[in-house]
Design a protein around this ligand. Structure first.
Ligand code: AMP
Length: 323
């Protein structure tokens, strides 16, 4: 039996299914979690399907979480979407169910669960779930299609990042043909508040870039307070340095209330998840996250980014002209 059919068989055999995703959710985390919830509910209306993981802050326009008490987990199937490692799972009760499935596109460093479907060639977990729904012959409703589409659009940077493939575009097109207002959804996903616009200006003003294209910016608690922003709202500025031609790899270091720094690492070529893994983190080769206990560790991480950027040989493959 294929992995896709094994997952379907498990879903069919449980009455209650509880779906988790990662902390600090992005649209792929929420889109895969709620997209899967609706795929199951719309095809198997007799089942109880719950989404667990706490508030989603500014992404609540995508949907809401359910209140899930621990007693709900007995005899339940638990599915964790878009989460590479267990410490990042939002909701501590994820391992209290009868059977655990991991569906993800991050490197499979932490092989948790009784059944895993991990495809690191997929742009997003939403792409993987769209493929799954088609493969097992499920009907994709409008509400499921919008969520899956939102996750694909966001995790590919609007089909810009290298993880975008012909399959990504085909599946996104299939979701669009279900029929929903994708222009309005794209606008919503792409819009920023005035305060984020001002923080963007701060980021551009304060970027430090070395001669090889390694960049960093530090956002302190003081800055967050000045701009009246919370850490989770900084996701809108993480991709900004990538727009700058000279920048190859970068880190955005956001000071947290307890004094440690959330490190958001991005790259156009040099593999940065090995850096992340050395500093309490992980993620994709070109998009990772880590934690620095203090400013000294932030400087160490930046130094490591500088080193891999200096060694990076890929510049000669850069696009030069159409001819
Ligand atoms: P972020 O910068 O939070 O948007 O994260 C970028 C990517 O790295 C996402 O795919 C995350 O799932 C992953 N990631 C972020 N922080 C961590 C962490 N502490 N451990 C493992 N993976 C992480």
């Amino acid at each position: 039996m294929s992995k896709a059919n094994e997952i379907l068989a498990k879903i069919k055999s449980y009455h209650r299914i509880i779906i988790h995703r990662h902390m600090n959710p992005d649209p792929d985390a929420i889109g895969s979690q709620l997209g899967l919830k609706f795929l199951i509910q719309d095809n198997f209306p007799e089942k109880e399907v719950l989404a667990s993981g706490g508030p989603v802050h500014d992404l609540d326009f995508l949907g809401e979480m359910d209140e899930v008490s621990v007693d709900k987990y007995s005899n339940a199937l638990v599915i964790v979407c878009d989460t590479g490692n267990t410490p990042r799972i939002s909701g501590k009760d994820y391992d209290c169910g009868a059977f655990l499935i991991k569906i993800d596109h991050h490197p499979d460093d932490d092989q948790y669960g009784d059944l895993r479907w991990v495809d690191t060639t997929s742009s997003s977990t939403c792409e993987l779930l769209t493929l799954w729904a088609q493969e097992v012959g499920l009907t994709i409703s409008k509400r499921a299609a919008q969520l899956l589409y939102a996750g694909i659009v966001s995790d590919t940077g609007r089909f810009l990042y290298p993880a975008t493939t012909p399959r990504t575009l085909r599946l996104a097109a299939d979701l669009m043909s279900v029929g929903f207002d994708w222009a309005a959804l794209n606008r919503k996903l792409d819009s920023i508040s005035v305060t984020i616009a001002k923080l963007s200006a701060y980021v551009f003003e304060n970027l430090v870039v070395d001669q090889n294209g390694a960049a960093k910016v530090i956002i302190t608690q003081e800055i967050l307070k000045d701009y009246q922003l919370k850490d989770n709202q900084t996701s809108a500025i993480v991709s900004l340095p990538g727009k700058i031609e000279e920048i190859i790899a970068w880190g955005i270091f956001v000071e947290q209330e307890d004094g440690h720094y959330r490190c958001r690492l991005r790259s156009k070529g040099p593999v940065i998840n090995e850096v992340a893994k050395r500093h309490d983190g992980g993620g994709h080769p070109l998009a990772s996250g880590a934690n620095a206990k203090d400013l000294a560790e932030v400087f160490t991480i930046y130094q490591e980014i500088q080193e891999i950027t200096q060694k990076y040989e890929g510049r000669k493959n850069e696009f030069t002209s159409l001819s």
